[in-house]
Design a protein around this ligand. Structure first.
Ligand code: GLU
Length: 424
């Protein structure tokens, strides 16, 4: 039994969370703190979801909801639909949600959900039945003051609408605050659709300022042209950055002079791929190892790994996906002095506007787009400055990730403290 294991328990620790926490355990700001409490989730819930398919057969989809920590407020985090999603991955993501909400100082804990499914193989009606089944099954565990799901990989506002509707049907009353990321017509917030990207743009601007660089003409490569990557390309282009490469699952394009992003949007909408642009075609692997000022992985986890990290030539990395750099690769980058702005700070704009959506829902308010974006900007820039302060007050080799972890862990443990959950 290790020191952190509970008596009578085999091993319920989250391995990744434990390793990551140990890296910051000796931080100045965490002196005397016991991080053991954060090494395992509060609750792991799972269920096999039987769903009637269009041909009359029944398929069973494994699913999870991991509720990691709720010391700072209700559990919060997305639900992903992916054929390869597993309980361990969802647990790591739930842990990251708890820290993410703490970094941007919104009053939530952290959770995450997942369903093992390839949604592209389902009809619209099957997808709806699966989404409703998830809520029917997890109904008693969620709620506007308990646990508030949202979109994540392969889930979107349409799915959130079905999920909210199912929850309200079971409850027999309106309850828009149970889910965020809904369509604006039924209680979603203005600006939520692109909030992750806009938040990332603010963080990158702060980082560039901190490095004493001029953003005008800085070369950026973005992996992923989904909801996050595409909006981010637009926001950064508008702010003077040069987007020299973008990619999606099918591969990418490269133009050293900078891609005309508005033209790319038009062509992408027309053709559904990136390759109609007059630009060099590249692979995803090539994009990740390009010599650029900023590399932005905005697709899925585990993209920069022990295998390819030695070839990474970017001067800095902005993590817009969750967990795109493996811990092994992260250690290498830290050693080499390549700054990586971590996911829990860089992509926190999404959950921040989720919080604004929830506030509007429970207060019956409506905030216009300008108000939402102004508040988002304040939160993101403040969060960056808070993390920067920690980085500057800790030893010189403290990374951006460690600084963000230190700040958020400190906030979660403070909340645990007030609740009487931290031993003297
Ligand atoms: N899935 C997003 C994330 O990983 C958003 C979560 C939310 O809005 O609750 O941050």
């Amino acid at each position: 039994m290790t020191k952190d294991q509970l008596p009578g328990e085999k091993d319920t620790m989250c391995e990744f969370c434990s390793v990551e926490l140990d890296k910051v355990a000796n931080a100045e700001a965490l002196t005397g703190r016991n991080l053991g409490l954060l090494k395992r989730p509060e609750k792991r819930i799972n269920a096999n979801l039987p769903v009637k398919m269009d041909d009359g057969s029944v398929e069973v989809f494994p699913s999870f909801r991991i509720q990691y920590n709720d010391a700072r407020g209700p559990m919060k985090g997305g639900i992903r639909f992916h054929p390869m999603v597993g309980e361990e991955e969802v647990e790591q993501l739930a842990f990251l949600m708890a820290l993410k909400c703490a970094v941007v100082d919104i009053p939530y804990g952290g959770a995450k959900g997942g369903v093992v499914v390839d949604p592209s193989e389902l009809s619209e009606a099957e997808l709806e039945r699966l989404s409703r089944k998830y809520i029917e099954t997890y109904h008693e565990h969620i709620g506007p003051e308990k646990d508030i799901p949202a979109p994540d990989v392969n889930t979107n506002s349409k799915i959130m609408a079905w999920m909210m509707d199912e929850y309200e049907r079971i409850e027999g009353e309106k309850s828009p605050g149970v889910i965020t990321g809904k369509p604006p017509k039924i209680g979603g917030s203005e600006g939520r659709e692109y909030a992750t990207s806009l938040g990332g743009a603010f963080v990158l601007e702060e980082f560039v300022k901190h490095q004493d660089l001029d953003k005008e003409g800085l070369k950026v490569a973005i992996q992923g042209f989904g909801n996050v990557g595409s909006h981010l390309a637009r926001f950064l282009h508008e702010r003077g950055f040069d987007i020299v490469a973008v990619s999606d699952v099918a591969g990418g394009i490269h133009d050293p002079e900078g891609i005309d992003i508005s033209r790319l949007f038009d062509l992408y909408e027309e053709n559904g791929d990136l390759f109609e642009m007059d630009a060099e075609e590249i692979t995803n692997e090539e994009l990740l190892t390009m010599d650029v000022d900023v590399l932005i992985p905005a697709a899925i986890e585990d993209q920069i790994t022990g295998e390819n990290v030695e070839d990474v030539e970017a001067d800095a990395i902005l993590e817009m996906a969750n967990g795109p750099i493996t811990p092994e690769a992260d250690d290498y980058l830290a050693e080499k002095g390549v700054p990586a702005i971590p996911d829990i700070l860089a992509n926190a704009g999404g959950v921040t506007v989720s919080y604004f959506e929830w506030v509007q829902n429970i207060a019956n308010e409506y905030w216009d787009e300008e108000e939402v974006n102004r508040k988002l900007e304040e939160h993101m820039r403040d969060a960056f400055r808070e993390v920067r302060k920690v980085k500057e007050s800790e030893p010189g080799d403290t990374t951006w990730r460690e600084a963000a972890y230190i700040k958020s862990v400190e906030r979660v443990l403070e909340a645990e403290d007030y609740r009487g959950n931290v031993s003297e």
